[in-house]
Write a protein of this length. Structure first.
Length: 134
């Protein structure tokens, strides 16, 4: 993205930062080796997958710093191991929550070991550190 004011600088993305995984949550088998987050302009990117033992609705699986927080909660639906689907929420308070997991072949709620669940997502934020273009 070219800076419209000077037309000579290029917006460089921040380096990837590891997410703070909750106790009992580990990096999954696929995607980025360490689930990570970064800011590129006003867009936040999360990449990675996790493994954990889902015990109840609303498991917090990771947290992230305030500069990455969306203005409103962001929800995504993801496919995962074993013919399942999950709803993941990225909160205004900096949590990544797996709200629920359901079996696709029976529509029953699932609790138990999850060997792979993607948490990759992106959203826009107001970059508090960037000067507005006049």
């Amino acid at each position: 993205v070219i800076n419209k004011q000077t037309a000579d600088s290029v917006l460089i993305p921040e380096p990837w930062q590891p997410l703070s995984l909750s106790p009992g949550v580990t990096a999954g088998q696929f995607e980025r080796a360490v689930p990570s987050i970064r800011l590129h302009g006003t867009r936040v990117y999360v990449e990675g997958s996790i493994s954990f033992n889902k015990t109840s609705a609303g498991d917090t699986v990771a947290t992230f710093d305030s500069k990455y927080r969306p203005e409103q909660n962001v929800y995504i639906l993801v496919a995962l191991t074993g013919y399942r689907i999950a709803r993941v929420c990225y909160t205004r308070t900096g949590n990544i929550i797996v709200e629920w997991v359901y079996q696709l072949d029976s529509t029953d709620a699932y609790t138990g070991n999850l060997t792979w669940l993607t948490i990759s997502a992106s959203w826009d934020v107001l970059n508090k550190y960037e000067k507005p273009i006049q």
